[in-house]
Design a protein around this ligand. Structure first.
Ligand code: NAD
Length: 245
């Protein structure tokens, strides 16, 4: 049975992964968080990596470098679900991926990855007179905005339109910039993740959306990604590849 080590094990997603691993035929080897052991005796990422076949990271961007080092030191594949990553983090992932398999995605659900494909297709067929706005809502504890999923959907729209995504897309105090992709973030309560992509033209509007009803969808996607990644060579992989989209 594949042994999965959880990085960020005391968090909401860390707990959700521990809950779903067995139903997908995986075993949780242990879990660590900022202050050490959460599941099992391992006090740090390196000891956890040594005792695991694959690692899943749902923690914070600042922890990523140490988690990549631990995975690399022991030659373990790493699934990264943490969001709010910047260009420097992406460069670290690129370097690590020369030695180990890494799958990073801001959203591990099947639904959002299919939605991204639909958004890309819609944006490719509609001209710049169709304004694209992405609205998302998450629970009150979320630390990054716009959400990693909103940015993933924005990148899909930009790819369809053949432009680069830049943020902020337009100044909310001024007139809308033609062709820009806008973001709005709502925070409150316990919302697991709602996303709506609005494509609006004169006299008509398309709304493509996804609502996550529980964190289990992300946790199952992450565990499936970990099992899939275990058999791969070094390199960077996407959820779209894993899902065969
Ligand atoms: P959370 O705040 O509940 O959990 C994060 C955990 O990371 C906390 O327990 C925290 O103590 C821990 N942590 C902080 N520093 C650490 C360190 N140095 N080493 C190890 N652990 C450390 O947050 P969450 O809701 O579980 O979300 C975690 C991340 O996953 C966020 O970035 C969130 O946006 C992202 N997320 C991604 C997906 C996806 O599908 N990719 C889905 C949901 C959430």
């Amino acid at each position: 049975m594949t042994r999965i080590g959880i990085l960020g094990a005391a968090g909401r997603m860390g707990g959700a992964i521990a809950d779903v691993a067995a139903e997908l035929g995986a075993e949780v080897s242990g879990g660590v968080d900022r202050d050490g052991a959460v599941i099992g005796p391992f006090t740090g990422a390196s000891a956890l990596a040594e005792a695991s076949d694959v690692l899943i990271d749902f923690s914070v961007p600042d922890a990523l470098a140490g988690h990549l080092d631990a995975a690399r030191r022991h030659g373990r594949p790493l699934v990264i679900g943490t969001t709010g990553l910047g260009e420097s983090h992406q460069a670290l992932i690129d370097t690590a991926a020369t030695q180990i398999p890494v799958l990073q995605s801001a959203n591990m659900s099947l639904g959002v990855n299919v939605l991204a494909a639909l958004v890309e297709q819609a944006a490719a067929r509609l001209g710049p007179d169709w304004d694209i706005e992405i609205v998302e809502m998450h629970h009150r504890h979320k630390i990054d905005a716009p959400s990693g999923t909103a940015l993933l959907l924005g990148r899909a729209a930009a790819a369809g339109r053949g432009i680069a995504l830049y943020a902020p897309a337009h100044d909310r105090n001024g007139k809308r910039v033609e062709g820009a992709i806008g973001f709005a973030s709502l925070r409150g309560g316990s919302v697991a993740g709602d996303h709506m992509v609005v494509l609006a033209s004169e006299g008509e509007r398309i709304e493509l959306g996804h609502r996550a009803e529980s964190r289990a969808i992300f946790a199952r996607g992450a565990v499936k990604a970990a099992l899939w990644l275990s058999g791969r060579g070094s390199g960077r992989y996407t959820m779209a590849e894993m899902l065969g989209l």
